[in-house]
Design a protein around this ligand. Sequence first.
Ligand SMILES: O=C(O)CCC(=O)C(=O)O
Ligand SMILES: [Fe+2]
Length: 311
Amino acid sequence: MESSIPVLDVSAISLIHVDPGKSHYDKVGAQLKDAFQTWGFAYLKGHGISSKIVLDCMQTARTFFDLPMEHKETFSRGVERIHGYSAIGREVLENKDIVEFKESFDVHSLDKRQLLGQKEFDGPIQALSHQTVILAQRLLQCLAKDLGIQPKDMLQSHSNMFGQGNATSLRLLHYPPIDLKNSKHQSITRCGEHSDYGGLTLLFQDNHSGLEVRRLDGQWIPVPPIPGTIVVNIGEILQLWSGGRYRATPHRVRGGLDSESTSRYSIATFIHPNNDTIIGPFGSDGMSETNGASKTALDHVEQRFKDTYTP
Ligand SMILES: O=C(O)CCC(=O)C(=O)O
Ligand SMILES: [Fe+2]
C-alpha cells in the first residue's frame, strides 16, 4: 500500500488557461478519480492559483486572529448562519472530552459589510475565493464523466457558490501554540478526527505540519505541507454522489513537534453544490441513510452542523 498521498500535476487545467478544453479535463479526471478512490486526498501542483494571494490571505488571518477577543466575538457565527468567527472549543468534531485548540473565521458571504471592513484584508479573501471557485469548477468538470453527469449539469448544480442557497465557504484557521504544561484541559488536539461535509475541500497549509489522514488500512499518514501545492479532498456529499466509490477520508490535525511554541495557520475552502441539489438516495453502496426518501445537500449540511456546533 502506498505510503504517501499522490501529487498530481493539474497544469493542463491551470487557471492560466482561459479554456482548457475537453481532452484536458478528461486526462486530469482520470488521475483525480484514481486518487479519490484510494485516498480521497491528493496534492495539486500547477493549479495556477496566485501564491501572492494565498500569502496575503494568510496575513489577513494573522491580523484577524490577533485582534482582542471582544472584537472577534462581534463576528460570531451561528449554527444555521454559517458566516463568522468560532472561538476555541466551539466546534466539536471528535469528542466533547477533547478540546480542539483552534479558532476559525468562516467566510460564507463575500459582501464587504460581512468581512473585516478594510480593503487590504478583504481584497485577498475575495480574490482567493474567486480563484478557488474557478479551480473547483474545473475539477468538478474533470470528475463529471466518471460520475455520469454532463459537465454543464455539474456546473449548474454549483452555480451559486458564495451566494444565496449554497453552503460553500472559505475558512481561515488558526491553531495557537499549545501550552501543555499549564493547560487545564485533560486532552487537547488541534482538530479532531472528522470527514468534511461538502463536495470538495481545497486546503492551503502554511509551513507547519500536523495534518494527518487515515489510510484504508486504518493507519494515520502525515500530509506535510508541500510549497505551492493545494491539498484537495472528498467530502461526504461527493462520496454519496459517487455511490461510495470516492472516499470522504477521515482526517485530523495533531500538534506537530513545534506546536508548543508556534501557531499554525491554514485556509480551507469547502465547495458545496446548491442547497436544493438532490444527493440521495443512491444505490446500496453509497452511504445514504434516507431509506428511500430524497435528501438534499441542505438536509445533509444542516444535520452535520447541528451535530458539531454548540449554539
Ligand atoms: O487545518 C487543516 O490542515 C485541516 C482543517 C480541516 O480539516 C477542516 O477544517 O475541515
Ligand atoms: Fe476537514
